[in-house]
Design a protein around this ligand. Structure first.
Ligand SMILES: Nc1ncnc2c1ncn2[C@@H]1O[C@H](COP(=O)(O)OP(=O)(O)OP(=O)(O)O)[C@@H](O)[C@H]1O
Length: 298
């Protein structure tokens, strides 16, 4: 018996992808993804544009059918409406008809639930109380996003799925939404959110799943993923390079050689030690997107 084995996680599984593959024509958007969300977790799904994040979320909630593998939501088929009753979701678009007033939009959604949230409390929580009588089409971009988010919480869900919840919001609105999400989580709610921003994931998530090219390349704590993403681009004018430590990828463009590395200091020490003839050295922190693409390709 392995005495060091982690105790089994006994929390209820609320959503799950099992060997999930999704193709659009001959393009594979998700490639054999295994992913489990347990009750009470707050998970950030991170990945560059086109990584498959929206496809994964849409599959988990039954809006996209798998090409292979399957998804479960609250232990059942997500395409069956009864299995979505405890789910709240915002997609990237608000989807509220422009002529509907804000309060009416909340009432419309609330009518589908046995014990909906109190409308005024909800609107106040999302800073929408002053525009309750305004048509959704007349809201500012930030107010539209806040409405989309508020609607995810109308039915007192157990799980909320938020696709880029704060994209395009000002700092104050973003903080307000983060607080609402934290409050929901503190009350036992489960949260799965996507973001392009590591900052947002760091502020909210406990666990981070990194998706690149339709595959899960990391599933770990925020700290571990932050470490993984610490990649530098070292570029210089140089001829053929010898074998160097910590190199993730090498590219040549415009007479320069660009080296992606997990340890820029060690790389530069090695260049000097090996007497490499280089000039015009530049060192830059890679963007999150570059970091994940490099890691997944190496
Ligand atoms: N309906 C569709 N038809 C064809 N291809 C699609 C369709 N939806 C998505 N794709 C492709 O599948 C891949 C994954 O897309 P998806 O929207 O899931 O990625 P994403 O990680 O959510 O991206 P973003 O961060 O830009 O929203 C992309 O290459 C995209 O172009």
């Amino acid at each position: 018996m392995d005495v060091h084995a982690e105790p089994a996680d006994t929390r209820t599984v609320v959503a799950q992808a099992i060997g999930l593959t999704r193709r659009y024509g001959d393009h594979t958007a998700l490639d054999g993804v295994d992913f489990t969300v347990r009750e009470g977790e707050m998970i950030g799904l991170l990945g560059p544009n086109g990584a498959g994040k929206s496809t994964l979320l849409n599959s988990l909630v039954g809006l996209r059918r798998p090409s292979a593998g399957r998804c479960e939501l609250f232990g059942g088929d997500p395409s069956v409406p009864a299995n979505r009753r405890a789910l709240g979701m915002t997609l990237q678009e608000t989807g509220v008809p422009g002529t509907l007033k804000v309060a009416e939009a909340v009432d419309l959604i609330a009518a589908h639930y046995p014990e909906p949230e109190d409308r005024d409390t909800l609107l106040a929580r999302f800073g929408l109380d002053e525009v309750a009588r305004r048509q959704a089409g007349g809201l500012s971009g930030g107010q539209k996003r806040r409405l989309a988010l508020a609607l995810a919480f109308v039915g007192r869900p157990r799980l909320v799925i938020l696709d880029e919840p704060t994209t395009g919001l000002d700092v104050e609105s973003r903080r307000m939404l983060w607080d609402s999400i934290r409050e929901f989580h503190a009350g036992g709610g489960t949260v799965l959110l996507t973001s392009h921003y590591l900052e947002e994931i760091e502020a909210l998530a406990e666990r981070v799943v990194v998706l690149v090219g339709g595959r899960v390349i990391a599933d770990d704590t925020v700290d571990a993923v932050r470490g993984l993403a610490r990649v530098h681009r070292v570029s210089m004018v140089a001829g053929e390079l010898p074998e160097l430590p910590g190199v993730l990828s090498v590219e040549r463009a415009d007479q320069r050689v660009h080296v992606m590395t997990s340890d820029a200091d060690e790389l530069i020490r090695a260049l000097v030690r090996l007497d490499v003839d280089f000039s015009g050295l530049e060192v830059q922190q890679a963007t999150l997107e570059e970091a994940f693409l490099t890691i997944s390709g190496s």
